[in-house]
Design a protein around this ligand. Structure first.
Ligand SMILES: *[C@@H]1O[C@H](CO)[C@@H](O)[C@H](O)[C@H]1NC(C)=O
Ligand SMILES: *[C@@H]1O[C@H](CO)[C@@H](O)[C@H](O)[C@H]1NC(C)=O
Ligand SMILES: *[C@@H]1O[C@H](CO)[C@@H](O)[C@H](O)[C@H]1NC(C)=O
Length: 374
């Protein structure tokens, strides 16, 4: 068990087996006799399928051109042109086609029991992050509040199927946490508020302390399988390139910020190791999902994957627009399949598909692991 994280690191090293050249069809079967009943998702816009539609924030994406390549061209609140990585994952493991947002109050008990996302765009581990633009963007759901929503979710399931079965469902489910991008890219490097009081290395520790408390909160609620997604190459986000480079020198990734993301990911993995080793429940498994290398690989080797534009998004000028600044009046690029980024922060559906493919060895590993314990 102690070696499971090491094992996964190895697995993430062998991601990308050259099988991505063509079709996006996903096999409709449960690999390895999947015994995982549900995925429960927490975090920010990378995994928010539309929770912000239900709260009073202007940080939304439920209008065109968002969703133009989603089923029925629906602008669901996903911050991309199509599906999120978690939609690809839930479909791949054979549970259902899309990951629904928890805050849609019309979800049936069956829909709840097969997995929902509690994530909220604009959120982060640092409690200050969801409050950053409080005058203009209130009510983004902080991670702590997402945990409260999960407690409420648990109660609703208990009312429907009873306590014993609910405990069992939670034990067998996989929890996925993906946040931190806004803490560093918006909070620390853009508003620079936290920079007044924290060095980069102190801020990394501060964010990790909050992450640890969050994971502990999930463990206390009975979670036993938790995957934590690391930071992507933040210095390559079009918005970060815009705010950190002098125009005319050419747009390229900001290496200084990428190296901070890599450093954080190393610390995150040690923290997950520690959590794994100190948890009293011997069945608990904590996994690290590498987001850095898959996205970095797409950016560095973009031609291999059929992309042409790597440093600006498809929506608008591509160097600034996201959320309400990317709206029905904003012109978009002529061929989104050539773009890695949809807006100035978020990858396109096609880039997310490749990221999902890179996660596959880890997903298969978690499913195999679960067969042994579920
Ligand atoms: C799935 O389960 C069946 C019946 O238990 C077993 O025969 C088969 O080998 C399993 N398949 C995999 C891929 O584990
Ligand atoms: C909310 O969930 C219900 C039940 O699945 C679905 O019919 C409805 O379309 C969802 N609402 C939105 C806005 O997606
Ligand atoms: C920074 O520290 C000062 C003094 O302790 C405190 O008043 C302020 O709220 C802090 N600001 C941030 C953004 O952490």
């Amino acid at each position: 068990m102690k070696s499971s994280i090491n094992h996964l690191l190895l697995l993430s090293l062998i991601y990308f087996c050259g099988l991505f050249s063509n079709a996006r069809a996903i096999p409709r079967q449960r690999p390895f006799n999947n015994t995982i009943p549900a995925l429960l998702i927490f975090g920010d816009s990378i995994v928010d399928p539309g929770n912000n539609d239900y709260v009073g924030t202007i940080l939304k994406a439920n209008f065109p051109p968002y969703g133009r390549d989603f089923a029925n061209r629906a602008a669901t609140g996903r911050f991309t042109n199509g599906q999120l990585p978690t939609d690809y994952i839930i479909s791949y493991v054979g549970i259902k086609d899309y990951m629904p947002p928890y805050l849609n109050r019309s979800l049936s008990i069956d829909e709840l029991m097969t997995g929902v996302s509690f994530a909220s765009a604009g959120s982060g581990f640092d409690p200050l992050t969801p409050r950053l633009f409080v005058h203009t963007l209130p009510n983004v759901t902080p991670l702590q509040k997402q945990l409260e929503h999960f407690q409420e979710y648990r109660k609703r399931i208990e009312d429907a199927i009873g306590k014993g079965k609910t405990i069992n469902l939670i034990r067998k489910s996989v929890f996925l946490v993906s946040a931190g991008i806004n803490d560093f890219s918006l909070n620390y490097f853009t508003t620079r508020l936290r920079r007044l009081n924290f060095s980069v290395s102190d801020y990394e520790k501060f964010v990790l302390q909050h992450l640890k408390e969050f994971i502990q909160g999930l463990l206390n609620q009975g979670a036993t399988k938790i995957a934590v997604v690391g930071l992507p190459p933040l210095g390559c986000l079009p918005f970060i390139i815009t705010s950190n480079t002098i125009p005319l020198t050419g747009r390229r990734c900001v290496e200084r910020i990428n190296s901070i993301a890599r450093g954080y990911n190393v610390l995150l993995q040690s923290e997950l190791h520690r959590l794994q080793n100190t948890t009293p429940d011997k069945e608990t498994k904590i996994y690290y999902a590498d987001f850095y290398r898959p996205l970095q690989d797409l950016i560095q080797n973009y031609q291999k994957y059929g992309f042409e534009e790597v440093s600006s998004g498809c929506c608008g000028t591509g160097i600034l627009e996201t959320s309400f600044l990317c709206n029905p009046k904003t012109p978009i690029c002529s061929d989104v399949s050539k773009y890695i980024f949809w807006d100035s922060i978020h990858p396109t559906d096609r880039a997310y598909y490749f990221v999902f493919q890179a996660f596959r060895p880890l997903i298969d590993f978690i499913i195999k692991d679960a067969v042994a314990t579920n």
